[in-house]
Design a protein around this ligand. Structure first.
Ligand code: GTP
Ligand code: MG
Length: 195
């Protein structure tokens, strides 16, 4: 998609109702600091429209980015952020779960996993939640630039095995730094908008 305009149109917090939008939505889930907001910037071809941080726990709301008045890219808060209290974690979890369960326009969920690490118990739980809500998540293995080329296949396998993916499940190695994987990612994102 050629990006004409982007607009952070809707921001919802733990007490907000899930908005009833009229455009297709695709959402990005994953552990804190895995690179969700950076990936959304890469998709929007903006450097820092979505706020990112080297400190985990940056995105604490669900942010809906309107793209060309055609669709929303939805940035979810990260899970597994150690510094917030259990009660706050539980509230964020509930908010994410409620969104997955009730959004009528949500077409696909992309689950981001850091390519350097085996999936955690939280990653597996998130994967299961997504599946339980009727989606077949597309896995994005982030921070591809941080490993050597010779390590890529091994790490892709570790992520696939860790989540228990099937052969037909899609996994896209990706880097927001080098933009490797961006066009493949757009191919999937586009497919939910254009007939
Ligand atoms: P929360 O909002 O806290 O859940 O984090 P997030 O998943 O939105 O992560 P964010 O995009 O803020 O990125 C976290 C840190 O990782 C930032 O310092 C980014 O610059 C860095 N980062 C993200 N993607 C990549 C990548 O592909 N390669 C490298 N080298 N760094 C990345
Ligand atoms: Mg973020």
């Amino acid at each position: 998609m050629v990006i004409k305009n982007v607009n952070l149109e809707i921001v919802i917090g733990v007490t907000s109702k899930i908005p009833e939008t009229t455009l297709p939505e695709v959402a990005f889930a994953g552990k804190s600091n895995v690179g969700k907001s950076s990936l959304i910037n890469a998709l929007m071809r903006r450097k820092s429209y979505a706020r990112t941080s080297s400190q985990p726990g940056k995105t604490q709301t669900i942010n809906f980015y309107n793209i060309n008045e055609l669709m929303y890219l939805v940035d979810l808060p990260g899970y597994g952020y150690a510094k917030v209290s259990e009660s706050v974690k539980a509230k964020w979890g509930k908010m994410i779960e409620k969104y997955l369960r009730t959004s009528k326009q949500l077409k696909q969920v992309f689950l981001l996993i850091d390519i350097r690490h085996d999936p955690s118990a939280n990653d597996k739980m998130m994967y299961d939640w997504i599946v339980e809500n009727g989606f077949r998540p597309i896995i994005v293995a982030t921070k591809l630039d941080k490993i050597k080329r010779s390590q890529v296949q091994k790490q892709v396998k570790a992520v696939r095995n860790g989540l228990g993916l099937r052969k037909e499940d899609v996994l896209i190695p990706f880097s927001s730094e080098t933009k490797q994987g961006l066009e493949e990612l757009w191919k999937y994102v586009d497919s939910y908008v254009l007939e």
